[in-house]
Design a protein around this ligand. Structure first.
Ligand code: AMP
Length: 415
């Protein structure tokens, strides 16, 4: 079933949203992007004449209630966004009566799902090495099913609009779907957009396709890089990962970040790229610093000739021009991970140049997908959000989807 084809009139919909919003010390929301992201789905259901039961996690309460992580804090903001009162169920597993009393147009928000360990389905208070762990895991899985069944009992249909947790097989993101038939479960509009965005860069590719992978470590991006080698025409590797590649090729990297245990892997990636006809692009010059600090001394040098006691902090100006050539001529672009230590303004120039090149390519008709907190922050800082094709709300979920993995939250609905 799709959300557009379903009439919610007179129906109660239980919707898994991602309301894991950042809060300040006073419990005020500091960034409501995630709430805004869910609105199209919520409005569609209310406009149809349905009632909403909303469920989400917030933070990591590890299976125990915590005032600081109570979703009650977001009721005023949600109420304002939906332009109507929002009822609150202080115990997500004991909301039968409140759910039953809900009328068309009404909204009930359930308390943080992760106050129950059943949501994540991992046994608590027992070490993985403990011989009793497997038994405890089995028992928890069965409690998880019961928990999901209770949540399902509140509603006539289930909508999953929480892309950020779609890579988790939790009670509310996947297990609950077992209690609805195919005609009564569907992806929300945000999820549909996210899934389509991934589809665009994995399967509906307009060429050339340039992917830009940055960030600190090769080891955490290896799955994605390997999958992308089968898809892209150009793969730009930047950020701290650069120096593992440069060292593997025999360059001098000073005190730059490097994963010595991944040197062979870097050589393998270079070899695979060659065999697959992928242009693998590394920074030719680097901004180096004598300390990991904003006020460090800096200079620009070739990426493979970094002086002793200096560390690579950003790509250099020559590399920005080189990268721009591959980005601005592309028709499909994926960007994940910064080109340098962008948290310090002095070393953000490379990432900013990438963001500007992507906006330029998009204006020329390219499809651009940006994912991962750091790259998105960079785009937002430069006010370029409306000049790229799609900004993903998913961190881990997006990376896993691009690695080619099936997301449990999507599979639970689409099969
Ligand atoms: P990741 O979480 O792997 O995507 O990496 C993001 C982090 O990589 C950011 O916090 C950056 O500061 C960091 N990073 C990028 N380039 C470098 C570099 N040359 N040296 C050290 N850290 C870097």
């Amino acid at each position: 079933m799709t959300i557009d084809n379903y009439s919610f009139q007179g129906k109660k919909a239980i919707v898994r949203v991602d309301f894991n919003v950042p809060l300040d010390d006073k419990g005020q929301i500091t960034d409501d992007t995630r709430i805004r992201g869910a609105l199209p789905t919520l409005q569609k259901i209310l406009t149809d004449g349905g009632a909403l039961i909303l469920m989400s996690h917030m933070g990591k309460p590890k299976g125990k209630p915590s005032d600081k992580l109570s979703l009650k804090q977001i009721v005023p903001a949600l109420s304002q966004a939906l332009n109507r009162p929002v009822l609150f169920a202080p115990d997500c597993a004991k909301a039968q009566e409140q759910a039953a009393a809900l009328k068309a147009g009404e909204v009930l928000l359930l308390e943080n799902l992760r106050f129950y360990p059943e949501e994540e389905g991992k046994p608590v208070g027992i070490d993985k090495a403990d011989p009793a762990y497997e038994e405890a895991k089995k028992a928890m899985k069965s409690k998880q099913k019961e928990f999901a069944k209770t949540l399902a009992s509140y509603a006539d249909c289930y909508v999953n609009d929480a892309f950020g947790t779609a890579h988790r097989k939790h009670a509310s993101t996947a297990v609950i779907a077992d209690y609805f038939d195919a005609d009564h479960k569907m992806l929300g509009l945000l999820m549909e957009k996210e899934v389509q965005a991934v589809e665009n860069v994995l399967n509906n590719i307009n060429r050339p396709f340039t992917a830009i992978m940055g960030g600190s470590k090769v080891s955490t991006k290896i799955g994605i890089i390997t999958n992308l080698l089968n898809k892209v025409d150009n793969l730009i590797i930047c950020g701290g990962m650069t120096y593992t590649f440069v060292k593997a090729m025999g360059g001098k990297i000073g005190t730059s970040i490097c994963e010595d245990e991944q040197l062979q892997l870097a050589l393998d990636i270079l070899e695979q790229a060659k065999q697959k006809g992928v242009q693998l692009v590394l920074a030719t010059d680097t901004v180096v610093a004598n300390r990991f600090a904003e006020d460090a001394d800096t200079q620009v040098c070739p990426s493979n000739a970094i002086p002793d006691n200096w560390m690579g902090m950003d790509i250099g100006p020559e590399s920005s021009v080189l990268f721009a050539k591959y980005i601005e001529s592309a028709k499909t672009i994926l960007w994940n991970g910064p080109a340098g230590v962008f948290e310090m303004d002095k070393f953000a120039k490379g990432s900013e140049a990438i963001a500007r090149s992507i906006a330029k390519a998009t204006a020329n008709g390219a499809y651009s997908l940006i994912g991962g907190g750091d790259s998105v922050a960079c785009i937002n800082k430069l006010h370029l959000a409306d000049q790229v094709s799609y900004i993903s709300t998913g961190g881990g979920a997006l990376l896993e989807a691009i690695e080619g993995k099936t997301l449990p939250g999507v599979a639970a609905i689409n099969g």
